[in-house]
Design a protein around this ligand. Sequence first.
Ligand SMILES: Cc1cc2nc3c(=O)[nH]c(=O)nc-3n(C[C@H](O)[C@H](O)[C@H](O)COP(=O)(O)OP(=O)(O)OC[C@H]3O[C@@H](n4cnc5c(N)ncnc54)[C@H](O)[C@@H]3O)c2cc1C
Length: 382
Amino acid sequence: MDFGFTPEQNQLRKTIRDFAESEMRPNVMEWDETQHFPIDVFKQLGKMGVLGAIFPESLGGSGYSYVDYSIIMEELARVDPSVALSAAAHISLCTNHIYIAGSKEQHEKYIPKLATGEWIGAWSLTEPEAGSDAGGTRTVATLDRGQWTLNGSKTFTTNAHIADVCVAMAVTDRAASSHGISAFILEKGTAGFRPGKKENKMGMRCSPTGEVIFSDCRIPESQLCGKPGSGFIDSMRILDGGRISIAALALGCAQGAYEAALKYSKQRKQFGRFISEFQAIQNKLADMATEIDAARLLILRSAWLKDNGNSVNKESAMAKLYASEIAVKACNESLQIHGGYGFIKDYPVEKFYRDVKLCTIGEGTSEIQRMVIARQLLKSGC
Ligand SMILES: Cc1cc2nc3c(=O)[nH]c(=O)nc-3n(C[C@H](O)[C@H](O)[C@H](O)COP(=O)(O)OP(=O)(O)OC[C@H]3O[C@@H](n4cnc5c(N)ncnc54)[C@H](O)[C@@H]3O)c2cc1C
């Protein structure tokens, strides 16, 4: 067992941290207030190899491991969780779905452009009536003379309004239930395919989230991604890995909020003493630091297991559940340590407090993570 990072991983962390501090930190609040997606920053992340993190170099990716990818996500979220969220949807969901399930032609057509950030990706599973129960998908796709026709709508799609490519799930065989859901690759500009309402969110505001609408959207048969009926099963596999990135994103929120609290507690004086000298504040800092470390270890374990070819269904759910829950707690405690100043927008914790809540909801709520974990416990008997 080795708890150390390699020199390359330490350098990767430094590179991403330096970029986030210089190119993101100064603008984070403006992007948040105006709900502005920083496309230039995203394109730069593409050029740096971040958007192709987990894909092979032969397809334009960086060939990083999931441990490396976790480091990237943590460092982006430590400064701006919403940029990290858009990157996670682009990498772990859209591009990864094409990578895991797509044909050689689809790999060659889409992955190099997505991996380098030339194109932006989105992934649409959730529908108004099918959230946690994604098997209840209602969007339909019918095949006729070499063309699929899609009808229906998706909700809560990250990057919906900026995506060049969207992987969307639709029912192709109603009788086969979740085994009758297939994945399709849609390109921006396709007739009958468009983003709908853009959501006005409490947090993650610079990451655009919205509806995706299909009305008699006709696409060639070749836009099916994976086998007919495998879209739901492939989505579940993709979410196993995706949860590692959302866990790392939550960790970044917790780390950013913790660092802000630590710094503030050493500057703020009350009763003639720095508040860091009060035991009540020290206890909060100690709990935050301990829980952040524990979350990081769970995330790195699941990333390491995935890198070594193991199933991470239970482990990534554990990492996502724990990291997101302690991150919400850490942001709450950080705000409390800031007192009234934590409630105003001049301090970064106010934004972390709003952003972090998504982590217990997106890519499966905490309740669903517990179901996933319990299912595995009962199956394996330990
Ligand atoms: C900012 C944002 C970005 C997102 N990005 C994407 C994206 O890019 N692509 C995409 O497809 N989706 C995306 N989502 C959707 C997200 O994955 C869903 O919101 C999430 O899966 C929960 O679904 P729901 O909102 O319909 O809640 P529901 O499923 O309606 O859940 C409501 C409540 O009931 C609980 N619940 C549901 N079923 C059970 C059960 N069996 N047992 C116990 N409790 C249960 C839930 O845990 C929750 O507390 C995004 C959401 C947000 C907010």
